[in-house]
Design a protein around this ligand. Sequence first.
Ligand SMILES: *Cc1c(COP(=O)(O)O)cnc(C)c1O
Length: 495
Amino acid sequence: MDIKYRSTRGHGEHVSSSEAILKGMAPDGGLYVPACMPSPDRSFKDLAGMDYRELSFYIISKFFTDFKKDVLLNCIDNAYDQKFDDKSIVPVIKSSDVYFIELFHGPTHSFKDMALTLLPHLIKAAARNVQNDRKIVILTATSGDTGKAALEGFSDVEGTEIIVFYPLQGVSKIQERQMITQEGENTHVIAVRGNFDDAQSGVKAIFADRDFNKTLERRGFMFSSANSINIGRLIPQIVYYVYSYLHLLKNSEIGAGGSINIVVPSGNFGNILAAYYSSGMGIPVRRLICASNINNVLYDFINKGIYDRKRKLINTSSPAMDILVSSNLERLLFDLAGQDANIIERLFLKFAETGEFEISGEMKKKLSLFYGGFATEDETFSEIKRVFVRDGYLIDTHTAVGHSVYRKYKGRTSDNTVAILSSTASPFKFPGSVAGAIDRKYAGLDEFKLLDVLADISGRRVPAGLEGIADKKIRHSSTCSIREMKDAVAGILGI
Ligand SMILES: *Cc1c(COP(=O)(O)O)cnc(C)c1O
């Protein structure tokens, strides 16, 4: 079956997967979604025998139907290789009450690698599929992890330039150092004087700027995105949910037909949307548990049906979730609205004018698959300690938000359905917060020195991508204001 992509704000014009991936975002300001959901044509028992690469190919080829088989296979083989420091790609770790799916074994040690090791290959192949010969400029706003994963993925990829904007005070020391030491002639990193939402709307505005895009086109460039607004990032993320479910099935942790709960520490709502899509493909999901930090817009939305960004963004120890405007919620809303683009257009018009919107009673009813919770900073730190003391297992701040919300969920609902938790980053990316949570004597110590402390107390090695990072040469030091973002891009491209 040929799967086409349509815009959440569009009126009918469908595009191929290659076009959707190349453009990143629909010209009408909406996001591309599959016009229909493919369903597996093989039994779970069959699929359970596949390794991560095989399953990736099986699932992704169902969505990206205009890619030739051998081309897609090649993309996948080049993504999920020895760059990952675990042979299984995604180890599933059982603890006393949940299965942690460790999504951080890629080169930059957050779950963003799951899609961003693949996306550059997909974009190159997509450009060939539609005979695009313009240079692709990847424009990305990051709350810390996407930036590095995208830089690493696109570094020295022929025919591309990558420009990453990160909020100057909104990322961890390690995250910042990972980005500003990035090598590769085509990589550009700029710190924005603002928060992540500012950076993300700045990038979206550049995407939507017709004149600027025309100038770019004349000069032989085109924009694309490495953010999860790009469908090329979302679809590969479905794979690990299917993979984890099959893992539990294979190991008789659940019976045939048994459902699971999925817990996802959420920010831009991409990761949990992939979990939602996996349920659309037939994975029996009982509850999708959306965990927020104190920037709890998603919690409010799931509980009240009102999305309200009119509040101050607070910097927390889980910076990748310090977001007030969750882009991918638009894709869920589109489904809840029965795929009616008019409803979405109206909601977002209201949102642009007033900073909030409320969904209809009918749409609210369909939200019941989701449960929303949040964790405060104190709860996050105690959770890191609790899990470490109880299971000897070290988790990062984002995963801890997820675990705290899950524990409270279980207390409140007595729902003992087998649950998997998306472990979104290595604890080594946030050594200050993690070590400080375990023992106060580490609080405030040098983050780079704490890497070795964490290795000592956890018995794990400092991940390869972070080893020696304190001594790496700093290659990027530009900063700009929100208003200067467009000029910065023009300057880099020489237009
Ligand atoms: C990006 C990120 C998140 C949030 O994921 P979304 O897809 O934006 O909801 C959570 N944790 C970590 C470590 C991340 O890097």
